[in-house]
Write a new protein. Sequence first.
Length: 317
Amino acid sequence: RVRSKMAFFPKWLTFLKGKEGVLSNAIIAMLTIGGQQLFSFFTFSCPCHVGQNLIYGLAFLGVPALILLIVGYALNNQTWRLVTGKSSPLQAAAKPNRLLQCKLICFVLCSITGRALVAPVTWLAVTLVNGSYYVCAMSEFISVHYYEANASDSERRTILAAFPCSQLVPPELTRARDEVILILRYQSQVAGWFLIAVVVITVFLSYCLASCLSPLSFLHFRYWINYVHNEQELFDEAIDQHSRLYAMQNVKKFFGFVPGSENVKEIRIPSLREWQAISGLAFLKRVDEEHYDYSLLHDWALRQPANGKYLRTGEDP
C-alpha cells in the first residue's frame, strides 16, 4: 500500500505539471469567494434610503471588481514585459514586422486580460448569486402596486427603499417586503448564474479555438509548455547567480574582500569621496550603445582604479 501511494503522488505531480495556470486561477477564485463572504459579513450595511441604495449597492458590486481587475493586471509579469522599455531608443530603431507585432500584442493582451478577469468575474458572480447587494441597489425601483394604492410615487419609493432593512418595515407590509425580496433575489441569482454560464462557455470556446489554431500537435504542445516553464525557472536561477557574482566583484573592489570569505587577510578603507560617490539616489545610466550602469557602486567600480588605503586584518590599526 505504501508503494502504491508513493507511485500515486508522482502521477498526480505529472498531471498537474504544466497546469499551474488553471490551479492559480482556481486558487484566486476560491480566495475571492472567501474574501467576498467576509467583506459582506463585516462591512455591508444597506442604508435603506431613497437615492442612496443604488449608489451603495453598485459601489459594493463594481468597485471591488474594478480593484481586483487592476490588481490582476499589476500582478501579471506579462503586463510589465509588454510595457517596459517601449520608449527605449533601441525599440525605436528596430523595425519589426508591424502585422506580426500587432498580432503578438493582441494575443498577449488577451492572455493577460483573461487571467486578470478571474477575480472580478468571480466577485460579480458570487455577489449576484448571494443577492444582498442587488436587493439593496434595486429595491426602490421594483413595481409593486397592490399595496399602498393611494401612495404617491415618491412615497412608494421611500417605502420600497426601506425593504432591505426589516426593522424599518411596518408589520402590515411584511408580506409585501418578503415578496419584493424574493423577486429581487430571483433576478440577482438568475443574472449571476447567467454570468457564470457565459464565462464558462466563453473560456471553453476560447480554449477550443486556440487548440484548433495551434500549429503544434497535442504532445508537441505539452512539450512546449514544459520547455517554457523549465526555461523560465533556469533563467531566473541564472539571473540570481549572475547578478550576485557581478555585484560581488564591485563590492570586492570597494571593500577589498569577498563577502563570506573565511580568511580575509586585508580590507580596503574607502575614502570620504568614495563614500559620497556611491551614496544617494541612483538611476539606470547608459554608458555606451550597449551597456548601462545599474547603480552608483557599479558606476564607481567601472571608472575608478582599484587602489587606495588597505589594512591587514592581523595588524593593529
